[in-house]
Design a protein around this ligand. Structure first.
Ligand SMILES: Cc1cc2nc3c(=O)[nH]c(=O)nc-3n(C[C@H](O)[C@H](O)[C@H](O)COP(=O)(O)O)c2cc1C
Ligand SMILES: [Fe+2]
Ligand SMILES: [Fe+2]
Length: 443
C-alpha cells in the first residue's frame, strides 16, 4: 500500500498479516507492519526498506511510487534486518544511488551484506543535512533506541520526524494516522508491549533522544512500524517519558502468579477479591497462560507487584524465574514487590524470588510475606490482608532493602532452607536430620 502523507512524501506500507512471532519470540496478535518512506522532491529519496517477508511488495511499491524516476538517495536509519532486507534490490535497481548512513551503520551494512557495493556513501552524524529541494533532512543520533547505530531524521519543511523504531507498535497499519484507530486502548496496549519488549531496557538513551526531540517543532512522527502519529504526539511523548523513566502509569497493584496444581491460584483469587473490595485498581498476569511480553508490559504500568509462585525442585517454579529474569533483562526499576510462595516440604520460592529481585536497581520487597504449605488455609488469609495493606502503604511499611546480614543455607539432601547470619556447626536439618556439613550457603 502506498499513501501520500503530505507534499510529495509517501508512506510505503508493507503489512505482514500472517506473521505470528516477532524477533523469534514475541507473539503478534494482528501481524506486523514494515514501513518505508519516499520523498519525491527535486531529488528523490528512499528512507529505509522492509523485512524479507514483505520484500516483493516493498520493491513493487518503490517502483510504483518512483514511476520511472531515478532514486537519488537511500537513507538507512537503522540496520536491523526487519528494515534492510531490500538493500541488494535497491542497489540492483538504482546502482548510482547515494547512501546516507551512520558510520556504525555502514560497518553493520558490510557485516550483513558483504557483497553490497555502494558507489557513493555519506556517513552521517549529528546535524548532517541532506537537501532534496524543498525538503531537507537533518540527522539526529539516537544510539540504543534500540541499536547503537540508529539515527533519526527531521524534515523541517513538513515538521516531520522520521523516528526509526521509536513510536512503533505491534500491529499492521489499519488507519494511516494513529488517532483514527477505533480501539485506542488496544493500540496503546500494542505500543506499550512494543516499547517495553523492544526498547524497554534503554530508558536512559530514550530519555536523551526525547530531550533532543523536544527542541524540534514536530507535527508528525513517522515510525518504521505501525501507524504515523499526528494528533497523538502528546500521548506518545507522555508514555515514552513515563516508560523510559520506569515510572508507573497508574496507581494500583499488579498480581503476577503461576501454579502447578492450582493451589497457589487460590491466593490470587483471594487477593483479587480483597483488592476489589478495597476499591483498589489492579490487574493480573497468569504466567501459566499469558506470555512474558504481556507480563513485562503490564509490569511497566504498576509500581506495586505481588508475586505468587510454587517451589519446584528446590528452586523457583521456572515460569516465575523466567518472568523475573525478563524484568532483569529489561533493566526494570522503581518497583515494590510482595512475595507469596507455596511448597510442600521445603518452600524456597520466596528466597529465590528475593535473590533475583535483589539484583534489580531501585526495587524493594515488603517485609510481610506468606508461605503457603500446599494449600491456602484460613490462617493464611490474615497475612494476605496484611500484604494488601502493606504494599498499598508503600514506603511507610517495613521494607527489605537490598542489604541484609542474613544468609540462606540449603540442605543439599532435602532442600530445607535455614535463614541465619551464620551456620551453627551443630545445626541439624529439621526435615531430614543431616548435619551442618550437608548445608551450602546460597546467598
Ligand atoms: C516437580 C515438582 C517439584 C517440586 N519441588 C518442590 C520442592 O523442592 N520443595 C517444596 O517444598 N515443594 C516442591 N514441590 C511441591 C509444590 O511446590 C507444592 O506441592 C505446591 O503446593 C504446589 O502449588 P500449586 O498447587 O499452586 O502448584 C514440587 C512439586 C513438583 C510437581
Ligand atoms: Fe529495530
Ligand atoms: Fe524494527
Amino acid at each position: 500500500m502506498i499513501k501520500l502523507i503530505e507534499k510529495d512524501v509517501y508512506l510505503l506500507n508493507q503489512n505482514n498479516y500472517s506473521q505470528r512471532i516477532f524477533e523469534g519470540e514475541i507473539p503478534l496478535n494482528k501481524g506486523m507492519s514494515y514501513n518505508a518512506y519516499v520523498i519525491l522532491d527535486d531529488k528523490t529519496a528512499l528512507l529505509d526498506s522492509a523485512d524479507s517477508s514483505v520484500l516483493n511488495e516493498f520493491v513493487d511499491n518503490l517502483k510504483t511510487v518512483l514511476n520511472g524516476r531515478n532514486l537519488d538517495y537511500y537513507v538507512i536509519h537503522h540496520l536491523e534486518p526487519d528494515h534492510t532486507a531490500g538493500v541488494m534490490e535497491v542497489l540492483k535497481l538504482y546502482p548510482d544511488v547515494t547512501l546516507y548512513i551512520s558510520a556504525l551503520g555502514y560497518t553493520f551494512l558490510k557485516q550483513f551484506f558483504p557483497d553490497a557495493e555502494f558507489k557513493n556513501v555519506v556517513k552521517v552524524s549529528e546535524g548532517t543535512k541532506l537537501n532534496l529541494g524543498h525538503h531537507e533532512l537533518t540527522f539526529v543520533n539516537a544510539p540504543m533506541v534500540h541499536w547503537p547505530e540508529v539515527v533519526v531524521s527531521y524534515d523541517a519543511y513538513i515538521k516531520t520526524l522520521f523516528s526509526a523504531d521509536a513510536f512503533g507498535s505491534f500491529t499492521v497499519i489499519e488507519d494511516i494516522d494513529s488517532s483514527d484507530y477505533k480501539d485506542q486502548d488496544e493500540l496503546l496496549y500494542e505500543e506499550r508491549r512494543y516499547y517495553t519488549n523492544i526498547v524497554g531496557k534503554y530508558g536512559e538513551q530514550v530519555q536523551n533522544t526525547l530531550k533532543k526531540a523536544k527542541t524540534l517543532d514536530i507535527v508528525r512522527f513517522c515510525p518504521l512500524h505501525g501507524p504515523i502519529h499526528t494528533k497523538r504526539i502528546p500521548t506518545c511523548l507522555k508514555y515514552y517519558d513515563l516508560w523510559s523513566k520506569y515510572e508507573k502509569e497508574e496507581d494500583g497493584v499488579l498480581i503476577v502468579y503461576c501454579s502447578i496444581y492450582g493451589h497457589s491460584v487460590k491466593a490470587y483469587e483471594y487477593l483479587d477479591k480483597r483488592l476489589t473490595k478495597l476499591g483498589v485498581n489492579h490487574d493480573s498476569v497468569n504466567l501459566n497462560k499469558e506470555d512474558f511480553s504481556v507480563a513485562l508490559s503490564k509490569s511497566f504500568i504498576f509500581e506495586k507487584i505481588i508475586l505468587i509462585a510454587p517451589t519446584f525442585n528446590m528452586d523457583l517454579f521456572p515460569l516465575m524465574r523466567e518472568y523475573l529474569l525478563t524484568l532483569k533483562d529489561h533493566a526494570i526499576k522503581n518497583k515494590t514487590f510482595a512475595l507469596i510462595e507455596n511448597g510442600s516440604w521445603a518452600p524456597q520460592a520466596k528466597s529465590q524470588m528475593a535473590k533475583i529481585i535483589n539484583q534489580f536497581n531501585s526495587c524493594q520487597t515488603i517485609a510481610t510475606a506468606l508461605t503457603i504449605k500446599s494449600s491456602l488455609k484460613e490462617c493464611d488469609l490474615e497475612i494476605l490482608d496484611k500484604i494488601c495493606d502493606d504494599i498499598l502503604k508503600g514506603d511507610s511499611c517495613q521494607i527489605n532493602k537490598n542489604s541484609s546480614n542474613l544468609h540462606h543455607f540449603r540442605c543439599k539432601l532435602c532442600g530445607f532452607i535455614l535463614e541465619a547470619d551464620k551456620l551453627d556447626p551443630n545445626f541439624k536439618c529439621p526435615l531430614c536430620g543431616k548435619d551442618a556439613s550437608f548445608f551450602e550457603m546460597i546467598d
